[in-house]
Design a protein around this ligand. Structure first.
Ligand code: CAO
Length: 424
């Protein structure tokens, strides 16, 4: 007959008030004897507390962050039969009649502040859902490694020492063997110098900040500049603008840029690619999806226009309006932002002469576009007023050489300068 048993913290030597850093089971779990129930960490060591029985977890009486000592109540479980009980240590098991007394004892254990610093707490919280030995957990904490990033190959997906070692090796390989060592930002009380206001970053800003930072420090960026003569393109655009507006969308220069980018990505396939995670291969994409940076009140988002090569100018214009509307109304779905090959960041509607866009990894290049301007261009022995569009192409120098980037942007400018070439 099944019986409810209470499991206590067993003899843990002379350690008292040790931290519960992990709970490996949940109510309802059917576990085997010796499966890890919880992990404790004292100043000297971390230890897994195994289950004395096989059975079903009925209640959990501690949580991560509690401090426990020998005899503190851990959980209750339903075990299969009395015979199991007999083999268990009497010290570690009490039956229902003793439970109340033990619960009181557990309650009287003063809950303690386990984690001293915010960053340590954040790391503990990050790794709380993972299944790993105390040693692995400790090393991860010391080196600020997020265990959620590692696939455990041990029993029940447990992260082994070897898993951790191969993860670290692959990170070193990706980083070219040298970690960045930078000093911390100073923690300054700005109110000492005048009135200040603290405004929390939006969710989008926090997310994009982390990605932009990673892309900036992990990709060797080079930015190649050029100017395209878009006089002819602008005449064409003006001629068809009213028609587009009647249909309810805008024919802006960006639509032409998308079309031209698709042609260039077809001609220069290395730009339509991603580096494999281990940095050993280039994955060439046979589709052409282009991300477009959209400025929203909450921050920058990059929806992706799919199969740009298969769409006409009007179709692209319509899609751009829809995507930027969705972006500004916070209605973009994850699919709308997935699968890009290349990106365009257009600040042309605002101003500026050039900028150095950050690559939207895993893309290997991004085109920045600034505001077009009428300029005197020397042509056939005289100066002519031409509308010039500034282009800034940032590329990943691990994948793309300077010469290839110069060829790409020259071809880009040529197509923009003679848009009839788009028909070829
Ligand atoms: N030169 C001159 N004028 C330009 C231009 C350029 N390169 N690009 C656009 N314009 C004009 C447009 O033609 C339009 O004028 P008209 O209404 O007279 O035709 C006006 O500027 C506004 O265009 P728009 O911004 O509404 O449309 P768009 O297609 O150019 O851009 C979108 C759409 C969603 C990309 C844009 O609104 C946007 O959010 N841009 C900001 C992107 C950004 O923040 N990038 C930075 C990322 S890095 O931090």
């Amino acid at each position: 007959m099944a019986v409810i048993k209470t499991v206590l913290v067993p003899n843990i030597g002379d350690a008292h008030d040790v931290d519960v850093i992990e709970i490996s089971v949940s109510v309802g779990d059917n576990i085997e004897a010796d499966d890890t129930l919880i992990t404790l960490e004292s100043e000297k060591a971390s230890m897994d507390i195994p289950s004395p029985y096989s059975g079903i977890i009925k209640s959990l009486d501690i949580k991560v962050g509690d401090k426990v000592s020998q005899g503190s109540q851990v959980l209750t479980m339903e075990v299969a039969g009395e015979s199991d009980l007999e083999s268990a240590s009497k010290e570690e098991v009490i039956d229902e009649s003793q439970k109340e007394e033990q619960v009181k004892k557990a309650e009287s254990t003063e809950p303690a502040k386990v984690i001293e610093s915010d960053s340590e707490k954040a790391q503990l919280d990050t790794n709380a859902d993972t299944y790993a030995s105390p040693v692995v957990r400790r090393v991860a904490r010391e080196f600020d490694i997020d265990l959620n990033q590692i696939n455990g190959t041990g029993r029940k997906g447990r992260i082994t020492k070897e898993d951790l070692q191969s993860y670290v090796k692959s990170r070193i390989a990706q980083g070219g063997g040298s970690g960045l060592s930078v000093i911390d930002m100073p923690d300054i009380d700005f109110s000492k110098f005048g009135e200040v206001e603290t405004k929390p970053l939006s969710r989008i800003k926090k997310y994009s900040a982390a990605n932009l930072h990673r892309n900036w420090v992990s990709i060797p960026h080079v930015t190649q500049f050029d100017e395209a003569d878009i006089t002819e393109m602008e005449n064409f655009r003006q001629a068809h603008k009213a028609h587009a507006e009647k249909e309810g969308f805008k024919l802006t220069p960006l639509v032409f840029l998308l079309k031209v980018a698709a042609k260039c990505l077809q001609k220069f396939p290395d730009f339509n690619a991603s580096l494999s995670k281990d940095g050993q291969n280039l994955i060439l994409k046979k589709y052409i999806n282009i991300g477009v940076a959209v400025d929203t009140p909450d921050g920058l988002v990059v929806p992706v226009v799919k199969n740009v090569d298969q769409k006409g100018l009007f179709e692209l214009a319509k899609e751009l309006v829809e995507l930027s509307k969705k972006a500004r109304e916070k209605k973009l779905m994850p699919d709308d932002m997935a699968g890009s090959c290349f990106a365009i960041s257009s600040l042309g509607g605002i101003g500026g002469t050039a900028f150095t866009p950050i690559i939207n990894a895993p893309d290997v290049a991004i085109l920045g576009v600034s505001k077009s301007q009428m300029k005197p261009i020397y042509k056939d022995g005289e100066f002519e007023a031409r509308l010039m569009l500034p282009l800034s192409l940032s590329y990943d120098h691990r994948v793309i050489d300077g010469a290839a980037a110069a060829r790409f942007i020259t071809h880009f400018s040529k197509l923009l300068g003679e848009i009839s070439l788009l028909l070829l």
